[in-house]
Design a protein. Structure first.
Length: 472
């Protein structure tokens, strides 16, 4: 397959079910609904790491976190591995980004021909090195900001998304139609602060807000207990601020949908719609208070799952239950550009979403992993079929969920005798990919080198910290 153009629309922190085409009873996303109605929706789509910087490195390279060694929010992509952007650019495609990248800096060759209005890492490319301090965990006082910044209004982030929308629309209308292009448009909504433009907040001003899912067993899991203590967003909400925060998140999802609509309208007006494959993704999800967590960084579906839609020439109209990953975008981009389409040797390796959309493989298995702030150890998620397995390095208890029977992940089956064969099977899939204990040691060793290079623990803790990357 060779399509002339590829448009990737990426959001930040969009939970997998926070779209109306997947049956959410409240959220309104008519643009994404229309896109889904003319393409393939992947209902088992995941991030390779439920936090921005590692996920975006994987998106660029098709590598997993343990392969790129972009472990955390202080170990970003900076062109150190070849990206699909490099490949397309070198083949003569115009490869352009507009919006958030969360790579290191403009000084690096990330593979794009041009990076328009980019967001790089804060602290002069150092990012958030405080997250490297995982033995023992420090506090994170900035968490209190989330519950304060809720309700209707404008922020630097919503203004940034409006600028991205305007520039992307102009770029599409002025694109050189004689040269194939790939455009990566990267919005920041619905990432907190949970402040939504009034027009979109008002969609949800009077709706009944559902109570969060609560799993009392989490407090008995030592890693999740430590993570909830570190990421203590929940402790700073009361009933009123929580409801405002949820309404605002819903509003930001609709604001995002509106902006995507303007970009797609510009694509159609430019006369290039029929020559363009469109992909909608997010870098990770959002917990929104479920299980006592806000934001991301855990392996529950709300954080590790993402919405994903592929539409365009030769893409079937279908709902696809193959487990897929942001790492698959590398193979997809190369396939669409006509640069080859070799089948990977392992199920979890980067594979073209075009192929998967036309030949589903529900028994494929994929990986996500986390080695960033708030966690005393690395942990790993395997998804295959109806099953999800989470392994915590260092001898901590694993988790096992049957997502068909228990979509809310309230019943951990890992200790039940009649599920030990399934537990063993899922662990064997993890071992087919990596040695979790050795990879955990490698991550900590790499991070200690970064800590030392930044002057040690106390020097890092004295650096400016933040709850979300500031816009300069």
């Amino acid at each position: 397959m060779k399509s002339k153009n590829f448009l990737i629309l990426c959001s930040d922190e969009h939970a997998p079910n926070a779209v109306s085409y997947r049956g959410h009873p409240i959220i309104k996303t008519p643009v994404l609904d229309n896109l889904a109605a003319r393409g393939t929706t992947f209902n088992r789509a995941y991030t390779p790491s439920p936090i921005c910087v590692p996920a975006r490195a994987c998106l660029a390279t098709g590598m997993h976190v343990h392969e790129s060694r972009c472990w955390s929010s202080a170990e970003p992509y900076h062109g150190q591995h070849r990206s699909w952007m490099h490949d397309l650019r070198d083949a003569g495609h115009n490869v352009v980004s507009i919006g958030k990248l969360h790579f290191r800096s403009a000084e690096d060759d990330n593979g794009f021909c041009e990076e328009i209005l980019p967001m790089y890492l804060a602290n002069d490319g150092k990012g958030w090195p405080q997250g490297l301090i995982r033995d023992a965990l420090p506090g994170f006082p900035e968490a209190r900001e989330m519950a304060k910044d809720v309700g209707p209004g404008e922020t630097s982030y919503t203004n940034y998304d409006r600028d991205i929308t305007k520039l992307a629309s102009e770029w599409l209308q002025n694109a050189d139609k004689a040269q194939p292009w790939t455009l990566f448009v990267s919005f920041i909504s619905p990432h907190y602060p949970l402040t939504a433009p009034k027009e979109f907040f008002d969609f949800y001003r009077d709706v009944e807000i559902p109570e969060p899912l609560l799993d009392p067993s989490i407090d008995r899991h030592p890693v999740l207990r430590e993570m909830r203590k570190f990421w203590d967003y929940e402790d700073h909400f009361d009933q009123t601020s929580r409801e405002l925060g949820v309404r605002s998140y819903y509003g930001l999802c609709s604001f995002l949908d509106h902006n995507i609509g303007l970009v797609l309208q510009a694509l159609e007006q430019s006369g290039q719609l029929d020559d363009t494959v469109i992909l909608y993704i997010s870098d990770h999800g959002e917990m929104l208070g479920n299980h006592g967590f806000w934001a991301k960084s855990v392996m529950y579906e709300d954080a590790v799952g993402i919405p994903m839609i592929l539409a365009g020439p030769k893409i079937p109209v279908d709902t696809n239950n193959t487990p897929v990953n942001l790492t698959d975008i590398a193979a997809t981009a190369r396939h669409i550009a006509g640069l080859g389409n070799e089948n990977p040797s392992k199920p979890w390796q980067s594979r073209s979403l075009v192929d998967i959309s036309n030949a589903p493989d529900p028994q494929r298995y994929i990986l996500s992993e986390y080695h960033d702030g708030g966690s005393p150890t690395g942990f790993y998620m395997i998804r295959q079929g109806d099953w999800k397995y989470v392994y915590y390095a260092g001898g901590y208890p694993a988790q096992l969920f049957n997502l068909k029977e228990d979509p809310e992940e309230l019943d951990d089956l890992s200790a039940q005798p009649d599920h030990q064969d399934q537990l063993t099977h899922m662990h064997s899939l993890l071992l087919d990919i990596l040695d979790p204990e050795e990879i955990n040691k490698l991550a900590f060793a790499d991070q200690q080198e970064v800590i030392n290079a930044n002057g040690g623990r106390e020097a890092i803790l004295s650096l400016p910290s933040f709850n979300h990357t500031p816009i300069d």
